[in-house]
Write a protein that binds this ligand. Structure first.
Ligand code: ATP
Length: 199
């Protein structure tokens, strides 16, 4: 699996629609200070479902929408789509290519899509569990993050290893099953109480 392209329109400094295409090997994005290099990484974080505006270097979610310049009016929405090659089916879907997109309007209305079908944020999160790509993954290492990892608590570091080992999905399922078991045990206690009252 690899990143084939990123399409951006109206996100942060990208007022015009732009498509970055990536090929085999290493790609570097270079440019003067403030030209928008980090905004490209922010766009990828955002489309993967980032909800914390601080992680996107803003103070409110609307800050990701192009705010206008001296010569250009602000835009009403932000749109980002990433396309991944999935010929190795690391993403658990039948498609050879997967496009995930997110759109946000100034009204606050927003939508996520996977290959053109509208989905919930939960579906985007689940698609990327254990791939290292999701918003909790390690595919984007921001400035200062290495220090944070090295000096972080062992439990926090463990989360990275769990993701790399591909066991996050199973941990989540185990927790859901344990919660259901707990709910059922409580129901059982209630039934026993009622039975005891009736006897
Ligand atoms: P550096 O090399 O200094 O780290 P950079 O190339 O990574 O810089 P970014 O931080 O990606 O640059 O981009 C910053 C630019 O994006 C600033 O000029 C800022 O005004 C612009 N910008 C951020 N959000 C918006 C927005 N919502 N609308 C318009 N421009 C925006």
């Amino acid at each position: 699996m690899y990143l084939k392209s990123i399409e951006i329109h109206g996100f942060k400094s990208f007022a015009n629609k732009i498509k970055f295409e990536f090929h085999n090997g290493i790609t570097g994005i270079v440019g003067p200070n403030g030209s928008g290099k980090s905004n490209v990484a922010d766009a990828v974080r955002w489309v993967l479902g980032e909800q914390k505006v601080k992680q996107l270097r803003g103070s409110k979610m609307e800050d990701v929408i192009f705010a206008g310049t001296e010569n250009r009016k602000p835009l009403g929405f932000a749109y980002v789509a990433i396309t991944l090659d999935n010929s190795d089916h690391k993403l658990d879907v039948d498609y050879e290519e997967v496009t995930v997109s997110r759109r946000l309007f100034r009204s606050g209305e927003s939508e996520y899509m996977i290959n053109g079908t509208q989905v919930r944020l939960k579906d985007v999160n689940e698609l990327f569990y254990d791939t290292g790509i999701g918003k909790e993954g390690y595919s984007i290492i921001g400035q200062g993050q290495i220090d944070q990892i090295l000096s972080g608590k062992p439990e926090e570091r463990r989360e990275l290893f769990d993701e790399a080992a591909g066991i996050v999905k199973f941990k989540r399922r185990k927790n859901q099953a344990l919660k259901k078991l707990d709910d059922e045990n409580q129901n059982l206690v209630r039934v026993q109480d009622i039975l005891a009252e009736l006897e």
